[in-house]
Write a protein that binds this ligand. Sequence first.
Ligand SMILES: C[S@@+](CC[C@H](N)C(=O)[O-])C[C@H]1O[C@@H](n2cnc3c(N)ncnc32)[C@H](O)[C@@H]1O
Length: 306
Amino acid sequence: MISELSTIIDFIRYGASRFGGAELTFGHSYDNALDEATHLVLHTLHLPHDLSPAYGSAKLTAVEKKAVLKLIERRVKERKPVAYLTGEAWFAGLKFKSDERALVPRSPIAETIQNGFSPWLDGTVVRRALDLCTGSGCIGIAMAAHNPDWRVDLADISDKALSLARENIHFQNVEDRVRAIKSDLFAGLKGEVYDLIVSNPPYVTKQEFAALPPEYAHEPALGLTAGEDGLDFALRILDEAPGHLSADGWLICEVGEAEHALNALLPRLPLNWIEFAVGQMGVFAIARADIVKHAKAIKAALAKRR
Ligand SMILES: C[S@@+](CC[C@H](N)C(=O)[O-])C[C@H]1O[C@@H](n2cnc3c(N)ncnc32)[C@H](O)[C@@H]1O
């Protein structure tokens, strides 16, 4: 009986059981039912996300119970990612606004940002950085927040995503160093040169897209799909990045499962696949000089697809 639920811990436990029982898909910010339920309950109660466990036995009022149960049921019935239900997501230790205008922030690049891009940028002076395909702005804004002397541009083709990114620029108080620019990849960035370009472009293949769980249907398809092999964007980025990178500049790009297709297509390209705490996650780092050395092969691979 739901009326038996009383404390914060009761509701977190109930939410997690409900989510697990309904076989929801996790991975949009949290990778398990318990963490999702914790976020949802604490957010609804206006409590800090790192609340001391000592408060777990605190009781909810009738109004609070109703509000928490409503969101738990919406998560189960609508299969909406919890970030869209609460309107917020955490990324690289920072809080961001999150809604259907852009993908829920979840890139493993957060870890790279928090590690100071080591070893890739060790010894490189970064003045300007670009977050290409920025969505909510999470990657670029986190880069700016963690590096107070960097100026960062955020670029996306979607007006809706850019409007959310601008809200997040304001939310994180980085207006003086971060700007959001409408651009089809590099087309709107003529003459701009960066020491670092980071991108989490769309990379889901047509086949994968058709099989995605219902949670993904709430996200803009424009942020996910990338042709037959998931490389439609990554190849264009590799082709055009040297024109926007300084001589010692680096490109860091996420391609997820399309890593295998990229390795097969350009086997000699010296991509450094980044090792995260959980292993490889389909994110490569490559120096401008190495892209330039293989520019012909990249162009040839692109030409074959046109
Ligand atoms: C996978 S999402 C990544 C969003 C964000 N960087 C993140 O990590 O949460 C890809 C983003 O690329 C944008 N996009 C799609 N096509 C684009 C294009 N041709 N030029 C620029 N951005 C594009 C989408 O609007 C979407 O916001």
